[in-house]
Design a protein around this ligand. Sequence first.
Ligand SMILES: Nc1ncnc2c1ncn2[C@@H]1O[C@H](COP(=O)(O)OP(=O)(O)OP(=O)(O)O)[C@@H](O)[C@H]1O
Ligand SMILES: [Mg+2]
Length: 249
Amino acid sequence: MSVGVMKDSRTTGSLLLEKVAHGYNGLQVVHEVNLAVQPGELVVLVGPSGCGKTTLLNLLSGFLTPVSGTVRTEGLVRTVYQQDGLFPWLTVGENIGMGLRGVKDKGRQERELRELLELIHLGQFRDHYPHQLSGGMRQRVELARVVAGDSDILLMDEPFSALDYQTRIRMRQELVQLLEKRPRTVVFVTHDIEEAVVLADRVLVLSQRPTRIVRELVIQAPRPRNPTDDVVVGATRVILEELGLQVHR
Ligand SMILES: Nc1ncnc2c1ncn2[C@@H]1O[C@H](COP(=O)(O)OP(=O)(O)OP(=O)(O)O)[C@@H](O)[C@H]1O
Ligand SMILES: [Mg+2]
C-alpha cells in the first residue's frame, strides 16, 4: 500500500473503548466507559475539572494501559496536549515540518508546508520562533503541525482553553476549516460547553470522578456554527442541566 501525502478525501481512523476502567494508586478515575468513534466523526468529551478527561485521552492514545477493559484504535494517532506543545528552539516552519518528516519528496514537503502556513494565515511568520508569537498564533501552528502529513485520528486535550474568548471562537472556526480540508477522526476534550456544541458531531457529558458517560447528544446542525444558533443554545441548556449548572428561576 502506498502512503498518500494528501489524504484529503476521507479518513479511516476509528476508536473503540469497551468497559474501560482506570485509576491511580487506588484512586478510581475512569469507571467502565464504552465508546465507539466512527471514521471522520468529531466527538467532544465535556466534563468537570479533574473528572478524568486527560486520563481518557491517554487511554485512547495508548499512553496509558487501562486497569481493565479494552482499547482498540485503527489508524495513526496524533495528540494535541493541554499545554504548549511546540518546540521553542524551532521556527514556525520547522515546527510544522516536524509533522511532515514522513513525507520523503522534498518538493511535496515544501508545498504542504506552504499550504498549511496559508491555511493558518501565518505565511509571513514562517521564520519566527514560538516566543515571538501570540498564544493564538502558537495554537494555530500547533494545529497545522498535527494535521500535517499522514494521520487518521486527532486527540485534542483542551487545545484552546488558555486563550481569550474571542481568540477561542476564531480557533474553533479555523479548526472546522482545517478539518474540511483535511478530514480526521477527532476526539476533542474541553470543559467549555459552548465550544463542545459548536464543534461536535456528538457531545459526551462526563460525570465527576470516577468518570462515566452520563449523557450523549448528537448535534445535527450544519457547520460553521455560531454560539447563538438555536441548536447550539438548546444543546448547551441540556448539558448545563445535566451538570446541575442550570439555574431555575
Ligand atoms: N499520573 C497520575 N498519578 C496519580 N493521579 C493522577 C495522575 N494523573 C491524573 N491523576 C488524578 O486523576 C484525576 C483525573 O485527572 P485528569 O487529569 O484525567 O482530569 P481532567 O478531567 O483532565 O482534569 P482537568 O479538567 O483539570 O484537565 C485527578 O484526580 C488527578 O489527580
Ligand atoms: Mg485535563
